[in-house]
Design a binder for this molecule. Sequence first.
Ligand code: ADP
Ligand code: ZN
Length: 729
Amino acid sequence: MKLAEELPITSDVFIRVAVDAPLHRFFDYRAPTALPAGTLVVVPLGRRRMVGVVIASGMPAEVDAARIRPIEQVLTDRPALAPSLMDLAAFCARYYHHPLGEILAAALPPRLRDAKPYRPATSYLTLTAAGRAALDRLPARAHARRRVLEWLAQRAGATREELRAALPTAPALVPQLEQLGWLARSAKQTPAAVADLPGPTLTPEQADAVRVLEAGLGRFTVYLLHGVTGSGKTEVYLRLLQRVLSQGRQGLVLVPEIALTPQFEAGMRARFPGRRVVSLHSALSEGARAENWLAAASADIVLGTRSAVFTPMPGLGLIVVDEEHDASFKQQEGLRYSARDLAVVRARQAGIPVVLGSATPSLESWQQAERGRYQRLSLRQRAVSGSLPPRARLLDLRREACADGLTATVREALQENFRAGRQSLVFINRRGYAPVLYCPACGFVLPCHRCTARLVWHRSSGRLKCHHCGHQEAVPAACPQCGQPELLPLGQGTQRVEEALASLMPRARIRRIDRDTMAGRAWARFGEAMRAGEIDVLVGTQMLAKGHDFPGLSLVVILDADGALYSPDFRAEERLFAQLLQVAGRAGRHGEAGEVLLQTAFPQHPLYAEWLAGDYAAFARRQLAERERLGLPPFVHQAVLRAEAPRMESALQFLARAASLVPRPQGVDMFAPAPAAMRKLAGLERAQLLVQASDRAALHRFLDAWRPVLETLRPQAARWHLEVDPLFS
Ligand code: ADP
Ligand code: ZN
């Protein structure tokens, strides 16, 4: 082979490259010239070719210089990663103990981390004057054409990919519309004149918040905007964004759900005509994602879901994280990062403010505000005068007889609401469900005598197990507290609810919806059907996303909320409280008060009283006191080593080995290996080992020492990964 002749080594500049591989190390290559950090290159690795990112250039080689191979290519068809992005990725690598190369790859849209040449969009579709005029004259039935024209009317030109992402069938109409002279192609986007609209007069509370936030622009502060449902947090973001844009800077807005981006985007375009708003989320085609990612550098506002936190924005002046408590900001696979936490880090690195908004902040953020590290701003009143909070009631399952999981009160309320031509929502809370046994007579729930956790009932073995410490026992013959002979699993009977509803209201149009399966168009269609009154009863196994107004929805029924009160996951109550406040906010937002009915076997539980009073602060106080007493986050910092193997025994053995490898430093607690709450997934048994410390630095010093040692373990024994700040136990 004459490789050396084909690729002559002409220079002695060494560069250090991070590649997309699960390796905690970098590789050195030769390059024709020094390359700035962040440059994307193609390099040989073993027998593979890989895209990598230059992290240093011009240093002496770490290995024998003669053995260093040349790079194959500099990817000049895409910009180098900005220094700010490199800094964020470097933080991420240290904090999550994750390889830098994988982080940089995760930060890039798929098309740009590919060695294939990238051809940027060369033309933009724009609406012509004739197209604008046609909009007014189109016949009513020309829905499809109208949608395309209206969509383009709001934009300074869009690529085909963008159009396809928003309106999947639209590209087929383009040739026809071009022929009519309504659309044209141009090589550049032609922004309309900027004309930010004023928006409504702020409520006094909003005005106070905006005043504080505006005064804080230009320096790092974390604001926690705590505003009850309907208090107008969005308006506060818009005012602040407007100020940031008028200073010639950029705003980054992170939202938890893809389903929320079109709505937010439309609101921003309507408010800020002529501004460049770019959205970024995983439902976009790869082409559109790459285009938008590159366009973000010069955009005014970038709106996106969690991975958008990595978008390069050279003039960034503000970050907003809406619904900051939402678990979808946490990535659950690969690089397990929290976009909310990284938004705070990014704001600190850039010296700008970050606004975390929520009606039910995470207890982590609330505690930071209590300690004075985050600045809290409160909106206590609804922004629209005359909108009433719903009437909420508890129905005591120990007093009311139940048939197929529904009390008589609930049946009657549903039937009556249907007869009155109104819409109902039945919410079944099955998320994170783990069966525990309780006594229907006294409400007692079986605890683990070694832990503060509740015992989980395993149907197959008929035994009770603690998911925290691994303890097992037989199901007792009677309630240990009152002697009543029959213990029941909480949450039994939900499967029958849907059938029961159908036979209760045979003429009602019942629609089941699951948030996770509803992205983009499906979501929009469902919203239209709901608003058009084509659905009578909505059954949701997941909470409906916030921010959707359904004027006809006047009754909300909540079943199986109790499971969360006795879940082995200590965050289950926090999630339940957020969901309950949110779902209550869905009922009757216009004019009349809606009704919310919650069936429970534990009506005396303090969480329900706090919910009925709409008192998040009381909830947070009680929960934080309990967490502090039990030594749980946010009072300790956690990391978890998770292992999966075909047999539980191997996973547990792997973790036991891992635990024995290093001496445990003072101030770091390590628990015994235990089966995971979701014990089996995709045919593999899962176990975990929890490590925690009240001092974050101590935890990370330990992880720094531990991780390299873990890599020396036989990898075939189990698949494993380390997760910092786990959200689900
Ligand atoms: P949140 O996100 O805090 O639950 P929203 O931002 O959805 O609340 O606002 C609730 C409603 O109040 C929206 O319909 C919004 O248009 C309206 N709104 C917000 N601020 C004002 C205001 N200052 N004057 C009138 N209406 C407002
Ligand atoms: Zn236990």
